[in-house]
Design a protein around this ligand. Structure first.
Ligand SMILES: [Zn+2]
Length: 202
């Protein structure tokens, strides 16, 4: 499963498909995304096959500005366009989540955004929203996991209390648990066992 190309919150600003832009009806071959943190990440692992900017406007590719194309290990070609900066070069291997570049406004673009496009081996575009497992419509996407509620950690209290009493871990006074002096293999194994048991009881 492909992952979203930003680790931060994302806004879908223009869906895939037919749209009217500046009064002209046109085909939008990708989906436009705006990531809060501007850092564009690989949706799937693969090999960078293109990392360039085309400035010759007789070549339609100039519209993509600074763009990166990754041939994913799933066989699809993923295009990341309009970047302010590219951080990978052609031939480079990337894993899902690796930084490809910084979101920008290069090429044919009105404002900072990522044009995210998916093509198959026949060079046909696919619905990138379906590829990412999101809805193909304008809206906010939350990708940051909410912090677990304090009450949800109650199940681990017993194991933590035991490990503290036995000098394996200690609180640093800032709400963090620190590992004490290197503990023995047996102490760690016992702690992990009790911890796993306490999860099972929750
Ligand atoms: Zn676009």
């Amino acid at each position: 499963m492909a992952q979203l190309p930003f680790a931060s919150r994302i806004r879908v600003t223009s869906p895939y498909g037919w749209r009217t832009l500046n009064g002209k009806r046109g085909w939008h071959g990708g989906i436009d995304l705006v990531g809060e943190d501007y850092v564009i990440r690989a949706s799937v692992g693969g090999t960078v096959v293109v990392s360039q900017i085309v400035t010759d406007t007789s070549n339609a590719t100039w519209e993509w500005g600074n763009y990166v194309c990754v041939l994913g290990d799933d066989g699809y070609y993923i295009y990341y366009c309009h970047m302010a900066e590219r951080r990978v070069v052609a031939g480079q291997r990337v894993r899902a989540g690796d930084i490809l570049g910084i979101m920008g406004n290069t090429g044919f673009s009105q404002g900072d955004h990522l044009h995210f496009e998916v093509r198959n081996g026949q060079n046909q575009t696919l619905d990138p929203a379906a590829y990412l497992g999101i809805e193909n419509k304008v809206g906010e996407l939350r990708t940051d996991e909410p912090e677990p509620e304090e009450s949800n950690t109650a199940w681990s209290d017993e194991a933590v209390a035991w490990a503290t009493e036995n000098g394996i871990i200690y609180g640093d006074g800032n709400g963090n648990l620190m590992l004490d002096e290197p503990c023995t293999r047996r102490q760690m194994a016992t702690f992990l066992h009790r911890f796993a048991q306490s999860i099972g009881k929750a």
